[in-house]
Design a protein around this ligand. Structure first.
Ligand SMILES: C[C@H](O)[C@@H](O)[C@@H](O)[C@H](O)C(=O)O
Ligand SMILES: [Mg+2]
Length: 440
């Protein structure tokens, strides 16, 4: 298959959207984010193009672009057949270059760059197969699926054979679940009501807007000022009612004991989870918080900045999280994310993907759909995050119906942006940024 198809070119784009102007996406730690991405376009000798990205917040995107360029040599000239026949091996080559790995390994900017490239490789594979990524994954046999994963460093929790066994056990009702997914979609929760920089009036009207659309779960940002948090949580609770779900997200601002005390004060508003209460690297800290908040019915959620499968493994092993928030633009792309899903399934932790960023909703839905059809087999108590931003730049934006993500049918990873978007928002030469510079 794909005989003679070679990856010939790799283009990068530094795309930045001025979201900080309206506080869209703001939280206690990232008060003025400009939603951005390091975007990759691959082109084959047959003229097939594929698109991938990793999410950034503005400044620093140029550093990720530089890291993508450092990996370029490992991609250009590769036969696609060789990549997809042994994708696990190829993924290891990409993450283990014996000189480059020194500036990772498998973390930080290098791993963001890996994610952008690997996302484009999956978009390419799905386009060559004429399927959306979720369907490509669903149609793989357990053996094929596990062949894309590098199990190094995680075999103490899950081996390839165990993973195959778990996937085989779920094969019986796959068709019925796929049918259900196509008909009913997958539940979403919204963060759009709760960006920290939004006024109370705006939060109130957004609660109404999303309630009217059928949303039943709402996330708000906390962590800068306890009195303000109490007021905001009380207001959102009052607006969404007692039977709907509230989540809160502190984006890493607290120390461990501070997180526990702060959350005890917010317990009366009955949040389902506290997200990123402290440093994303503090496994035992999260475990302590999880233990202390159990009696209040508050779970710990984290993962949007967890750097790789090894860290996820330890979070899962330590009982440090109840909601595992994989992110489609972090860790080393789909290959590594699949291993995290498999570990979460084995250790019985719910995966609720993170999607607050550019293109994250578009990509992450594919993974959760696969999880439902092929792995966990359930949507029970799980959601995909939804933010209502920047979808207009995508050729195949997410489709939300009655607060549920509906599975796409177009081939690929839903990651392609319009050329007009690139012309306008490429930094610094896009028309938007040029005009801004000239007006200054
Ligand atoms: C800066 C970003 O908007 C974050 O606040 C966002 O990803 C957030 O943590 C989320 O959970 O959606
Ligand atoms: Mg978050």
């Amino acid at each position: 298959m794909y005989e003679g198809v070679i990856i010939e070119k790799l283009f990068t784009k530094d795309l930045r959207f001025p979201t900080s102007l309206n506080s869209d996406g703001s939280d206690a730690m990232h008060t003025h984010p400009d939603y951005s991405c390091a975007y990759v376009i691959l082109e084959t000798n047959t003229g097939q193009k594929a698109h991938g990205m990793t999410f950034t917040l503005g400044r620093g995107t140029e550093v990720v672009i530089c890291a993508i360029k450092a990996l370029e040599n490992l991609i250009i000239g590769q036969k696609v057949q060789d990549i997809y026949n042994n994708f696990g091996d190829f993924w290891r080559k990409l993450t283990s270059d014996n000189q480059l790995r020194w500036i990772g390994p498998e973390k930080g900017v290098m791993h963001l760059a890996t994610a952008a490239i690997v996302n484009a490789l999956w978009d390419l594979w799905a386009r060559l197969e004429g399927k959306p990524v979720w369907k490509l994954l669903v149609d793989m046999s357990p053996e094929q699926l596990t062949s894309v994963i590098d199990f190094r460093y995680i075999t103490d929790v899950i081996t390839k054979d165990e993973a195959i066994k778990i996937l085989k056990e779920k094969e019986d009702n796959k068709k019925a679940r796929e049918f259900d997914l196509i008909k009913n979609g997958y539940p979403a929760y919204t963060t759009q009501v709760g960006w920290l920089g939004y006024s109370s009036e705006k939060v109130k009207s957004l609660c109404k807007k999303y309630l009217d659309q059928g949303f039943t779960a709402f996330k708000v940002k906390v962590g800068q000022n306890l009195d303000e948090d109490k007021k905001r949580c009380a207001m959102v609770r009052e607006n969404i009612g007692s039977s709907n779900v509230l989540m809160v997200d502190a984006n890493q601002v607290w120390c461990v004991d501070e997180a526990i005390d702060w959350m005890k004060s917010l317990a009366e508003y009955k949040p389902l989870w506290i997200e990123e209460p402290t440093s994303p690297d503090d496994i035992l800290g999260h475990a302590k918080i999880a233990q202390a908040l159990k009696q209040y019915g508050i779970g710990v959620a984290t993962g949007e900045m967890c750097c790789n499968r090894v860290m996820f493994k330890q979070f899962l092993q330590a009982g440090a999280l109840e909601f595992c928030q994989i992110d489609s633009a972090r860790v080393g792309g789909i290959n590594e994310i699949l291993s995290i899903y498999l570990m979460a399934e084995k250790l019985k932790v719910k995966v609720c993907p993170h999607a607050g960023g550019v293109g994250l909703c578009e990509m992450v839905q594919h993974l959760q759909f696969w999880d439902y059809v092929s792995l966990s087999g359930t949507k029970e108590g799980k959601y995909i995050e939804y933010v209502d931003q920047q979808h207009e730049h995508f050729k195949t934006p997410v489709v939300i119906k009655s607060a549920a993500y509906m599975p796409p049918t177009d081939p690929g990873y839903s990651s392609e942006m319009f050329p007009s978007t690139m012309e306008k928002y490429e930094f610094p030469k896009g028309t938007y940024w040029q005009e801004l510079a000239n007006n200054k």
